[in-house]
Design a protein. Sequence first.
Length: 421
Amino acid sequence: MPEKTAREEVEFAAWVGIDWAQEAHEVRLQACGSDRVESLTLAQDPEAIRQWARQLGRRFGGRPVAVCLETPRGALMHALMGYDFLHFYPVNPRSFSRFREAFRVSGAKDDPGDADLLLELVRKHPKRLHRWEPADPLTRSLQLLTPLRRSLVDERKGCVQKLTSLLRSYFPQALRWAPPLHSPAACALLRRWPSLQKLQKASLDQLRGFDERHKGRRAQGLQERFEEIALAQPLTQDPALLLAGPLQARLLAEQIQALSRAIERVEKHIRRLFKKHPDSEIFSSFPGAGDALAPRLAAAFGTDRSRFATAQDIQKLSGIAPVTRKSGNTYKVCRRLACCKFQLQTQQEFAGCSIPKSRWAKAFYQQQLKSGKSHNEAVRALAFRWQRIQFACWKNRVPYSEERYYQALKKRNSPLVQFLQ
């Protein structure tokens, strides 16, 4: 979700701290000019939330009300984001935990007490917080669908790994005859013939018909493959494994097929939304972005150009920018752990995909390796540089040009130019 730093001074009519939960939310409210703190338990019910928000609007005449809560996600945030007079100031759970520990050394925690602390935080330390504003609907849709696609891909990958391990235990020949296991042809093969014994009972005509229905499989060498299947020896004769193994293989193949169909549907929606996105041309221009990573980059940046003042802002949010720790004579540069993990993953994956697609990116990566960096360190360093380029293209609304960037390197007398030459 997008964040926006609220640097302007806002005259709030009231401050609200909310400790949200699945069933009910603890609410603390203090009106401007009053010392009294009002308490309320708000049910997670659409009508109750709507009624409470409308009462706030009428009571304070639509004047701004500051609302502080943990993280800008959840059902409560989606229910309240339609009210313009509410200004949201989300707090990172880790930061709020440290704030709580400063006042409760014992580590005691309860919902009403957390609501009190959130109210105190937004009322006394507003300059320490950042105002959250929702992005445009297209960007928000991409922000929801791109992580969904990635989670489905990861889930399918887990099923393929389980299926691979299972086949190695009783039917290893399938790994050679039906790769890759996530393909429709491989899943169909294992659903019909989940063991060597069942596959050896198939006739040549049945195998030929299967190949014709699954055009992704090569029809060449069918006779040789048929003879190889007939002569193959089973890995095991364990009756328990030969009974349970094929059943597990069928179930996993069905799961993989269902996940593949779900991924295709999500990707279709992402392509349709990204095509309408005003910055699609910019993020599609980066070498290696492709159909999967370009929408993720667009979702990370959004369309609000005032959201990030410098490239360092997006580098910190994504976790690519390192953290400096100084204490006396000690000086350390560490990875930034408090960040948006999906954005960090996106930037590192994009940097890795750009290496074979961009001359300077490949040269920079090799330069980092020669300086003693590991693969992951070199990719993170490349992602750091790519984010500066992405920010400049996004801020100026211009697509990326490899030649233009190369000329900029020459103009700055960058050592990378000599490495390229």
